[in-house]
Design a protein around this ligand. Sequence first.
Ligand SMILES: [Zn+2]
Length: 243
Amino acid sequence: MSLVTTRAVVLQTYRYSETSKILRLMTWELGPCSALARGALRPKSRFGGLLEPFVEGEATFFTKDGRDLHTLSDFELVRVRRGLDRSIELFTVASVLCELVMRLAPEHRDIELYRMLTRGLDGLHRKVREGDPACGLEHVWGLVDALGFRPELDRCVGCRRPIGGGSVRFDFAAGGLRCASCGPGGPQLAPGELDALRRLVEGLPAADAGSVGNQGLWLAEFIRHHLAEGATLKSLPFLIRLA
Ligand SMILES: [Zn+2]
């Protein structure tokens, strides 16, 4: 048995017995892992009700070789990111970030992924504080990129010719844009929608902050085809409903 202390983000929590919780964490040192927080649901728990999704802290736990579930001994708060649940849009996007990491992160240390997750959660939290109406889809595209997937937006997925002006379609299964001469495949994008998609994939906030349009749907479809591989991500239907 050994003791590990590492920066960690709470991705999800489950009730375990009357008084304890199981946490799904993304950690700096070990990548994704699970920890049992004994007594976390007791009124006078030393964890003081802090162990909720989006919270980040210095977690200390006992690990045992061959065991997937570690035992949490301490959690020192670094960032709470309070108030994300005041906006259904921001809460949805934050939940998608956490679920993507929980379901798809490689089973080892991945500092780039950890950074993209915390950068995304911080960016969403900033929007809550500043009353920014945009819902932050650029953070999900950033995480999708960090997980190794990025849509092809410069060349047609069929003929490989550069995408210029004119009519294009987003062919989710093929992983990118398809030009008019390469036939059907996915929904057609208006020029403004293509510009907005390019901005989001580059990690830039949408220029028109007030309207998500179909961007949530397209992002969800891309994730479904390339990342989820048949797995059901609970948060994706909520992403589709953003408008
Ligand atoms: Zn083409």
